[in-house]
Design a binder for this molecule. Structure first.
Ligand SMILES: Cc1ncc(COP(=O)(O)O)c(C=O)c1O
Length: 379
């Protein structure tokens, strides 16, 4: 509410700018450390790909550089056309974003308002709380089950006439776990059709429980379903910012385009994504390497007496053992510092919804060996 009671300004007044109420509500995104200074050599904090973009993608970006005096295509026509071919979803049912986060935030803006509700699991992707804070909607965060997986039945119970959006992150960031597609299918069937369901599949290529193409079929039966995907993870293009959503109807792509600036996806990102889609073999190779590292990391962590959650992603999640629960946060800080001193950056659970846990992205085999050796020393 605007405060009109303050006195008029005099020429010697020094006051801070007054921001809107929603600025006070919106949580600050917990960015990984070490961007400003010299980053530790082993960066396992942001679930990035350790592999750089492939040469044909770099060539496509390079070819686009000379056209940067022109605005990018605001309709993303070529990219949506290629995605339509690749995934068998009509181009009009595909939204593009400046990263998939952009689509998520735009969906929040398009769907939510004071009085509306959004349901998601917790801990889950740290951007979800932003949606309710920015819109004034009520957030209902449903605890994960005992195995750090989404409790879909408990989430269903929270759906009311006020619910506009339900988000399921599968595999889940930060816990790395996935629920089977059969469970997702039952869930989506039971969600009322007036509620938008966003299935955030940023890590779906790494999920061995299903083929990432299998969830697409659900779109034919559920106009309220949105599959959120990204070029940031398996394609290794997070620095460019490009994501997409495959949708059950044309409504969501239209709505998210209405609430955003027109040129949300830059020309280099569009060119790179189009080229990346020509290299499914690279995706498969990266998935195989990640899965090999997943096995090695799991074994290494268990060897140190730790119990990682069952990962279906390109990262792992585990709690640090403590004698008393109240020591969890301090232990987390201690271990993070110890790792950083040894040149390894990981993400602490406190910023992600659970004190005393660590989330560690899989790097190259050498980086992972270095992380495990550092962790052994610190523990
Ligand atoms: C679950 C999940 N969804 C979406 C994103 C956003 O990715 P981007 O905006 O880079 O596409 C991330 C990034 O870490 C994520 O973990």
């Amino acid at each position: 509410m605007l405060d009109v009671t303050r006195p008029a300004f005099g020429h010697n007044w020094r006051v801070a700018i007054e921001f809107s109420e929603r600025i006070r509500r919106i949580p600050v995104y917990p960015a990984a450390g070490a961007y400003a200074g010299s980053a530790p050599p082993v960066r396992l904090a942001s679930n990035e790909s350790p592999y750089p973009p492939i040469q044909p993608v770099i060539d496509a970006i390079t070819r686009s550089l000379a056209g940067l005096n022109r605005y990018p295509d605001p309709t993303n026509a070529l990219l949506r056309g290629r995605l339509a071919e690749r995934y068998g979803v009509p181009a009009a049912r595909i939204a593009i974003g400046n990263g998939s986060c952009d689509i998520l935030l735009a969906a929040g803006e398009a769907l939510l308002e004071p009085g509306a509700e959004v349901v998601y699991a917790w801990p889950s992707f740290s951007v979800y709380p932003h949606l309710s804070a920015a819109s004034g909607a009520r957030a209902i965060a449903v605890a994960l089950d005992g195995e750090e997986r989404h409790d879909l039945d408990a989430m269903l119970e929270q759906i009311t006439v006020a619910t506009r959006l339900v988000i399921v992150c599968n595999p889940n960031n930060p816990t790395s776990t996935a629920v089977a597609l059969g469970q997702i299918k039952d869930f989506v069937e039971r969600v009322p059709p007036y509620v938008c369901v966003i299935l955030d599949e940023a890590y779906c290529e790494f999920n061995l429980l299903e083929d990432p193409d299998d969830s697409i079929e659900l779109l034919e039966h559920h106009p309220n379903l949105v599959l959120l995907r990204t070029f940031s993870k398996v394609h290794g293009l997070c620095g460019l910012r490009v994501g997409f959503a495959l949708c059950g109807s044309e409504d969501l792509p239209r709505a998210v385009d209405q609430v955003r600036q027109p040129f949300f996806c830059n020309a280099l990102a569009q060119a790179a994504a189009i080229e990346a889609l020509n290299h499914q073999d690279v995706v498969e190779d990266r998935v195989m390497r990640t899965i090999a590292e997943r096995g090695a990391m799991e074994q290494g962590l268990r060897g140190l007496g730790l119990t990682p959650a069952e990962s279906q992603a390109n990262f792992c999640w585990f709690e640090l053992p403590v004698e008393r629960p109240e020591d969890a946060a301090e232990r987390e800080t201690q271990v993070m510092r110890g790792l950083e001193d040894r040149g390894v950056l990981v993400r602490g659970g406190s910023a992600l919804g659970k004190q005393g846990a660590l989330r560690v992205s899989y790097g190259t085999p050498e980086e992972n060996v270095r992380f495990l050796a550092a962790l052994a020393e610190v523990l």
